[in-house]
Design a protein. Sequence first.
Length: 346
Amino acid sequence: MKEKLQNLQKTALKEIFSAKDLKTLKEVAVAYLGKKGKLTEILHGVKDLPAESKPIIGKLSNEIKVELEKAFADKNKEIENLEIAKSLNEEWIDLTASGEKYEYGHLHPLTKTQHEVENIFHGMGFMVADGPEVECEKYNFDDLNIPATHPARDMQDTFFLDKKPDVKLGKLVLRTHTSPVQVRTMLKYGAPLKIIVPGRVFRNEALDACHEHTFDQVEGLMIDKEISLAHLKGVMAEFLSKLFEKEVKVRFRPGYFPFVEPGLELDMSCTICGGVGCKTCKHAGWLEFMGAGMVHPNVLKAGGIDPNVYQGWAFGFGLTRLIMMRYGIDDIRVLNGGDLRFVEQF
Ligand code: FA5
């Protein structure tokens, strides 16, 4: 009997130590210490043993019972701790981690470049002026010396608003360029004047990769005493070199705009090849950049400035085309197309 008890003790301890989870451990406990457990049955049978072995077996059985109960309790704690550690490991939170990244919106490349353009001109003492997108014929055309016969005043080129024309201001139009802000600011501030005017303009265009009906321009105007085209050349070379972060040269070619005299086209040296000639500049070394010229005396007069005292120059370039050149965009329509896959690249 003693031997049987000792074997039971050995196997019970072995099973307790090798239990991997609480369920198995509980099954082992029931098998030995439960109501019908192996040790319980022996304990119940002690009373029927011969008198001489009763105290010995009774004592031994009780000792084994206490030992097994302690072993169960210890193992139970060990398994519980292991399970807690395991779940902590699985649910572990790194409070120092930087967290989930949120997608923030950002400025459109057009707006970003507009801000850069404004900053550079600000640095050269230019004020940023603004004007209405719904303009009247007087400022968009008449005051700019654009005659009634000019093709821009044709329904096919300009969006006219379906409103009764004003006797003095004429019909309402979506401004076709930023130039109407020239006379508006001359009337408001007088001379001397140094402004740029970034803004949206509209033309009833046949659309293609280079032509939009809605695009952005930047107007420039400098009026003072003894102002010449040399100032324009200096300002534009400085502006373009700052924007492209490399030396950019400029050159003039004759051009015609009714509101300047003489009128000119300004080319910039190709920013890709530096003027040597490449595919982008069609091997010319130069890229067409903008229209400009000395402000026509009639425009100065319309702005209330005496052309015998003051003179100046004006320019207008396409901000949208500048951005295409800057980022190598080959179709203007993607800029205002609203496709996030395009915008997210910037
Ligand atoms: C003008 O609009 C004149 N107001 C510029 C000017 C101002 C000349 C002051 C002299 C003195 P032009 O029509 O060429 O000029 O347009 C100027 C620029 O706008 C062009 O060089 C081009 O870059 C851009 N542009 C013209 N039409 C479109 C269009 N449909 N889509 C995108 N950009 C255009």
